[in-house]
Ligand binder design. Structure first.
Ligand code: FAD
Length: 355
């Protein structure tokens, strides 16, 4: 059994930023991470992934992203950066430790892992991301579809789809990036309920993220309200050009899946080999099931990342937790500091947890 000031569940960017903020306060964090290596879920993202934000706007607190600050780093550079960041932190980061239960106990928490270890602490921060809980919408006729259905979480590269007819469902950055990449080897449609929204990567000679930072929109609670109609696709021009050229084409969401095909909104039926659901993720928090932390469908009940039902419990890395940037490399550090400050005000004094 270990005693800590704060247990951080998850060792990706959100967990590391939380550990960094805890250390800055003089607290002893223990980070429990289910994965065996560094980088959180980044090593599992698709091979061609390039950041939508330049290196300058892709850093965690205390360590700049290396190299040219204007460039857009690729997936493996993020993994290397997070690995270096974890090594530089003087924190107790334990890998291959999957948390399966958080129990409230004597004004604090007992956090148990599947390996049988228990860590007790006054505060717990869940930073477990959503990649293990892909959201799969209930599409009409899905159970009848005989082709391949996969979530974007399972997509790695275009080769297995060469020569196939593929429909990508979803209109966010991942949907468009995957569809454009696939369209080089397959016949691809992007299928969405709403229109595609575009955001130019560069505005008046500056990266879009520069404007977000300098207008304050990036940190403002107003930001998420402005994008309620859907997250725009950040584009340097090539994605929009590809969609205009029909590689991939963009269509309204099909009305149903049917056997080996889809039925489009105009009633035509077409044979389709694969449907890729680029439909996002949900917070993955089953270890909180024995607490009052979760509401409908396992969603955390919180204000700005601070649990509204369990004192001493917080979250870092939730989508739009406090701002536009909450679930990004550039924004997660600010949220971690905010959440820890709030938890410190709530948590019972240290002496109440046996030391
Ligand atoms: P994760 O990276 O998912 O890490 C969570 C960690 O918690 C994992 O190591 C997991 O193993 C662990 N874990 C889960 N459950 C448990 C448990 N029960 N016990 C212990 N450990 C557990 N952001 C940007 O800033 N720029 C981008 O360009 C960008 N592109 C993206 C592209 C894609 C395809 C996706 C999906 C996201 C992108 N993001 C981007 C968003 C975000 O930065 C990443 O999703 C990032 O990985 C989130 O970090 P995280 O630490 O919150 O979660």
């Amino acid at each position: 059994m270990t005693l800590a000031d704060v247990v951080v569940i998850g060792g990706g960017q959100a967990g590391l930023a939380t550990a960094q903020a805890a250390l800055a306060w003089g607290w002893r964090p223990v980070v429990l991470d289910a994965s065996g290596g560094a980088g959180g879920s980044w090593p599992r993202y698709y091979d061609s992934l390039t950041l939508f934000s330049p290196a300058r706007f892709s850093s965690l607190p205390g360590m700049a992203f290396p190299g040219d600050p204007q460039r857009y780093p690729v997936r493996d550079e993020v993994v290397a950066y997070l690995d270096a960041y974890a090594r530089r932190l003087d924190a107790d980061v334990r890998r291959n430790e999957r948390v399966d239960r958080v129990a409230e106990e004597d004004g604090g928490f007992a956090v148990s892992t599947s390996s049988g270890s228990v860590v007790r602490a006054r505060m717990v921060v869940a930073a477990s991301g959503g990649f293990s809980r892909p959201y799969r919408p209930a599409l009409p006729g899905l159970d009848t579809f005989t082709g391949t259905v996969l979530h974007s979480a399972q997509y790695r590269q275009p080769a297995p789809f060469a020569g196939r007819r593929v429909v990508v469902v979803g209109g966010g950055n991942s949907a468009v990036q995957i569809a454009v990449e696939l369209a080089q080897v397959a016949t691809v449609s992007i299928s969405t309920r709403d229109r595609l929204r575009w955001q130019r990567q560069r505005v008046l000679g500056r990266d879009f993220h520069w404007w977000l930072a300098h207008t304050g929109l990036d940190t403002s609670a107003l930001g998420p309200r402005l994008v309620q109609g859907g997250v725009p696709v950040i584009d340097d021009g090539r994605y929009r050009t590809a969609v205009r050229a029909g590689t991939p084409d963009h269509r309204p969401l099909f009305t149903r899946l049917d056997g080996d095909g889809v039925v489009w909104a105009d009633g035509t039926r077409e044979r389709v080999d694969a449907v890729i659901l680029a439909t996002g993720f949900r917070p993955d928090l089953p270890f909180l099931d024995d607490t009052a932390a979760l509401g409908d469908a396992g969603a955390p009940l919180h204000h700005g990342g601070v649990s509204s039902t369990v004192p001493g419990l917080g979250y870092v890395g939730l989508e739009r937790q406090r701002s536009f940037a909450s679930a990004t490399l550039r924004g997660v550090g600010r949220d971690a500091t905010h959440v820890l400050k709030a938890l410190a005000r709530q948590a019972v004094p240290a002496q109440r947890v046996a030391r």
